[in-house]
Design a binder for this molecule. Structure first.
Ligand SMILES: Cc1cn([C@H]2C[C@H](O)[C@@H](COP(=O)(O)OP(=O)(O)O[C@H]3O[C@@H](C)C(=O)[C@@H](O)[C@H]3O)O2)c(=O)[nH]c1=O
Length: 184
């Protein structure tokens, strides 16, 4: 398992070691020991999975403190562009984003600390997405910013006409109209 820093401190790309043989493959999708060595102590408390079709864009989401969540995300089947936006006030990379292709083939994962908005768009016909979070689901603390916030200006690598949003995500506002709850 390799841990690679990204342009935003605290965000890591993780590549598991995949053991292929005549039966198929095996890999460790999470190792607490490796995590502690490369990132630090983290206590994941919930695993989530979603399935979506091409153009579905879920984001850009966060939970407000005290229910902020760090996330370890991956795509089990299909291909997504995964995006993490730094919302940590005072961070040198405030309002910058990391975008990484996560696919069932490459098996890459992204670790996103607390204090980020997170989202992904599906680039394949279907995609199954799975992630661990280090805090419980708290719908009263649900928050987010608009996927197409001009100030953040994410390149989603898909035509806007193909983007499909939930009603909740349609209603999200840009960051400058949103109360940012994160302190650095
Ligand atoms: C996120 C979540 C949702 N739900 C329920 C609520 C709702 O009825 C249904 C769908 O919820 P949502 O529309 O919020 O799901 P979704 O738009 O997939 O939300 C997720 O998007 C990605 C990008 C993230 O980063 C996640 O943290 C989460 O915000 O699932 C849970 O029961 N537990 C959970 O942890």
């Amino acid at each position: 398992m390799t841990f690679t820093k990204t342009s935003i401190p605290g965000v890591f790309i993780i590549e598991p070691k995949v053991f292929g043989d005549a039966r198929g493959y095996f890999f460790e999708s999470f190792s607490q020991k490796e995590f502690e060595q490369h990132i630090g102590n983290i206590n994941f408390v919930q695993d989530n999975e979603s399935r979506s079709t091409r153009g579905v864009l879920r984001g850009l989401h966060f939970q407000r403190p005290p229910f902020a969540q760090a996330k370890l995300v991956r795509c089990i089947e299909g291909e997504v562009l995964d995006v993490a936006v730094d919302l940590r006030l005072g961070s040198p990379t405030y309002k910058q984003y990391v975008a990484v292709k996560l696919t069932g083939e490459n098996k890459h994962q992204l670790f996103i600390p607390r204090g980020f908005a997170h989202g992904f768009v599906v680039l394949s016909e279907t995609a199954t997405f799975a992630y661990k979070v280090d805090n419980v689901y708290a719908p009263d603390h649900d928050g987010g910013i608009a996927w197409n916030d001009p100030e953040i200006n994410v390149d989603w690598q898909i035509d806007e006409a193909e983007v499909k949003l939930s009603a909740k995500d349609e209603a999200l506002k840009p960051l400058n109209e949103t109360d940012n709850p994160f302190k650095y």
